[in-house]
Design a protein around this ligand. Sequence first.
Ligand SMILES: Cc1ncc(COP(=O)(O)O)c(C=O)c1O
Length: 435
Amino acid sequence: MDELTRAICAARDAADPLAPLRAHFDLDAADARGEIYLDGNSLGPLPRATGERVWQVLHDEWGRDLIRSWNTAGWITLSQRIGDKIARLVGAGPGELVVADSTSVNLYKVLAAAMSLAAAAAPATRRTIVSERTNFPTDLYIADTAAKERGFSLALVDADDLPTAINDTTAIVMLTHVNYRTGRMHDMAAVTKAAHAAGALVVWDLAHSAGAVPVSLSGDGTPGSAADFAVGCGYKYLNGGPGAPAFVWVHPAHTARMDAEGWRQPLAGWLGHAAPFAFTTDYQPGAGITRFICGTPPVLSLAALECGVNTMLAAESFGGMAAVRQKSLALTDLFLALVAFRCAGYGLTPVTPDEHARRGSQASLAHPTGGYPMMQALIARGVIGDFRAPDILRFGFTPLYTRYVDVWDAVDRLAQVLESGEWREARFAVRAAVT
Ligand SMILES: Cc1ncc(COP(=O)(O)O)c(C=O)c1O
């Protein structure tokens, strides 16, 4: 480790095939302040194209062209257009994925769909939704609520116990592919196949996966490996801006069946109708994934999201998700190695798996005192990560703009925070509403 110098990191940056993509982001203010942004797993930074595009939508499409822009600027099909772009990042086909609502709301819709399929296909003994105890809270709250509404129940287990927990009482396995706290990643195809072998459906939350790691919702080519349902987030690795709309995907075999049976999702709004502008009294679901749209799309937010998704698609000319994954692993390897070397003896324990196949695009460190003041002290030194209660310092690594020298500098400053003990100052213990 002695030989791993900042100069070596700078040389890696000089040889990095993805390096030109950093110019797609407006990190000027952060750079001027000497800040290192390691929180793109929570809120992606502003793409340079977004301001102009949103202004164009405001000024030209809304301001000048007014309501005709629903047709002339294609506002009415934005959800599908951006959905097709995101589909390329998660191994789904065109027409299979739409952007709508939030991840929480989309999860409610797909869980309702999965419960309907399970109720139609299986005996009343199969009424359990299995999930991970440490899944993101919104997933658990939504699943618990939706399950209780339909006579299902939610069973929470530790990730290691999943293989035994999935059995002939399991209707649905609902998991987040990459755990928000630990960064631990499930083997999507293997878990999906195990669930299918047990007769269950699978719902994946891709909030920490889309744009972060390679994902193939259509499976790995082996029987039973294609997922059933997926939802995901627009404001993290897709750089869509704060509160960006989310996405929803359903396997085409399920939407074909929904088409045949006229199945409607529980939030059957007018823009998920087959003919919204027929203004009929009766609801007729739109074909395929369209039925998962509910109300009027947030056009300004969608314009920003499209710019964010375009930053990810720009990587396609530089090696695509394979290159992104390779650099992501190199960045997290470097971070974990430098932390082990520079920060030993201060009680920080990595909770992100060493094994590449189990690691997402973040690195998390646990600390017995909690770690919140440490993260605040680090932020004061210009390294922006975040804190996840009760004890996790979380760092996101986003290969489109994170440099190897950023990793070196971040750990250098973390070491200074620890060595100086400055994190014990009272000002760093003051909790903000968002951590
Ligand atoms: C795994 C996961 N699911 C869902 C969400 C949030 O969903 P929503 O956009 O509905 O707030 C998050 C937010 O961080 C998340 O980490």
